[in-house]
Design a protein around this ligand. Structure first.
Ligand code: UDP
Length: 364
C-alpha cells in the first residue's frame, strides 16, 4: 500500500482515482459514525466503516464502504487499512453507557482501552498516521461548581465520575504516548451532548436501550413510551434541572473532518472540546420538543441520577483556534426539530421499540 512520509499533510496524499486519502471510521455504523461517514465522503475522501454491528446498523452506512469486524482483531484492522489505502483513522467504536460501566467495568476496559491499543497497533503496522479519537466530557468528571458561567476548558482537572470516563481518559493518555513514541499525530475530540439527525432524514439516533434525553423526550411526546422521568429538579441551576451543552451531530461530524485536516507535527497530540458554550436545562429541552411536535410531553419528576453533575458546558475556544471549527446548526430548536423528523420516520433501528422494520437504505 501507499505509505506516506511522516508529517506530510493529509491533504497532499492522493490514492488511486485521484481522491484524497481514505479514512477508516471504527464504529461507523453507529449514530455519530454514520453521520461522520457522510461528512468524510463530502470532504472528498473515501470513508470505510469498520464495525462489528453489536450496536450499530449496516443500513446506517449509507455513505462509503463497509467492513464488518471487531477492533480488538488487529489483523482484521490491518487488512482493512491496507485494502482501502487508508491514511487516517477516526476511532469511535466502544461502549458508551455510563450506568453499565459501573456494573461491568471489565467490558469497558476491554473494548475502550484494549480496543484502542489494537487500533494504535494497526496504525503502527501500516501507513495510517493521523488518528481522531472519540473522547468525552466525561473525562472531566463531576464539576461541583455547576454555575452557568463555568465553562469547562480542556485543562480543567480530570477526575472521571464513572468507569466509562476512566476508560476514555486512559485511552487518550495511551494515544498521546503512542504519538510521542511512534510519530503518529492525533486529536481527541471531547464530545459534549451529541443530538439531532441528518437533515436528509436518512440518518438518525437509534440506541437500544435508549438513555439520552432528547430521543426519550420525543418518544414520550409521541406516546411510544411512558412519561419522561426528569432526573431531579433540585440542582443549583436556574430552573433546578441539569444544564447540558447539546451539539448537533452534523456539527460534531464536521469537527472530525476539521481534525483530520488540522496541522499537527508527527508525535503531536491534542485534546479539544466539541460543544457550543451554551447550556440548556432539561425543562428547556422539554419545551423545545413541545414546540417542535406541537404536543405536550408527559413527564414526572424523579430523583437525581447517580453521577449527574449539575452543569456540563464546554469552553469551545480551543476548537475554534485549533480546528477552525465552530458549530453552525446547534441551536436547540434546530437540533430538536431534526431529531423529531427522524423519529417520525426512522429508516432503521426502531425494531426494538415496536415500530415496523424498514427496508435497507444502503446504496449499491
Ligand atoms: N435526563 C433526564 N431524564 C432522562 C434522561 C436524561 O432527566 O430520562 C437528564 C440527565 O439527568 C441529564 C440530561 O438529561 O441532566 C442529559 O442526559 P443524557 O443521558 O441525554 O446525557 P448525559 O449528559 O448523561 O451524557
Amino acid at each position: 500500500m501507499q505509505t506516506p512520509a511522516d508529517g506530510e499533510p493529509l491533504s497532499s496524499r492522493q490514492t488511486a482515482g485521484n481522491r484524497k486519502g481514505a479514512v477508516l471510521v471504527t464504529g461507523g455504523a453507529g449514530y455519530i459514525g454514520s453521520h461522520i461517514l457522510k461528512a468524510v465522503e463530502e470532504s472528498g475522501r473515501a470513508a470505510v466503516a469498520f464495525d462489528d454491528l453489536s450496536h450499530g446498523f449496516q443500513e446506517a452506512c449509507a455513505w462509503g464502504e463497509f467492513v464488518q469486524g471487531d477492533i480488538r482483531d488487529t489483523p482484521a484492522l490491518i487488512a482493512a487499512i491496507e485494502r482501502h489505502e487508508v491514511v487516517a483513522v477516526i476511532h469511535l467504536a466502544g461502549l458508551i453507557e455510563v450506568g453499565r460501566s459501573t456494573v461491568r467495568p471489565d467490558l469497558f476496559w476491554d473494548q475502550n482501552v484494549q480496543g484502542t491499543a489494537s487500533v494504535v497497533a494497526a496504525m503502527r503496522a501500516t501507513g495510517a498516521r493521523r488518528l481522531v479519537f472519540s473522547s468525552s466530557a466525561a473525562v472531566y468528571g463531576a464539576d461541583p461548581r455547576g454555575r452557568r458561567s463555568d465553562l469547562l476548558a480542556e485543562d480543567n482537572p480530570k477526575d472521571p465520575a464513572s468507569p466509562y470516563g476512566d476508560t476514555k481518559l486512559a485511552a487518550e493518555r495511551m494515544i498521546a504516548a503512542a504519538c510521542a513514541a511512534f510519530g503518529l499525530s492525533a486529536i481527541a475530540l471531547r464530545y459534549f451532548n451529541a443530538a439531532g439527525a441528518d437533515p436528509s432524514g436518512r440518518l438518525g439516533e437509534a440506541h437500544h436501550p435508549e438513555t439520552h434525553l432528547i430521543p426519550l423526550t420525543i418518544q414520550a411526546a409521541l406516546g411510544r413510551r411512558g412519561p419522561l422521568t426528569v432526573f431531579g429538579n433540585d440542582f443549583e441551576t436556574p430552573d433546578g434541572t441539569c444544564l447540558r451543552d447539546y451539539i448537533h451531530v452534523v456539527d460534531l461530524a464536521a469537527a472530525h473532518v476539521a481534525a483530520l485536516e488540522a496541522t499537527l507535527e508527527p508525535g503531536e497530540f491534542d485534546a479539544v472540546n466539541v460543544g457550543t458554550g451554551r447550556g440548556h436545562s432539561v425543562f428547556e429541552v422539554i419545551a423545545a420538543v413541545e414546540r417542535a411536535l406541537n404536543r405536550p410531553v408527559p413527564r414526572t419528576i424523579g430523583p437525581r441520577r447517580a453521577g449527574d453533575p449539575p452543569s456540563l458546558v464546554a469552553d469551545p475556544g480551543r476548537a475554534a483556534a485549533r480546528l477552525g471549527w465552530t458549530p453552525r446548526s446547534s441551536g436547540l430548536d434546530e437540533i430538536v426539530a431534526s431529531a423529531a423528523r427522524w423519529h417520525a420516520n426512522p429508516l432503521y433501528g426502531e425494531q426494538g421499540s415496536g415500530a415496523p422494520a424498514r427496508p435497507s437504505v444502503r446504496q449499491a
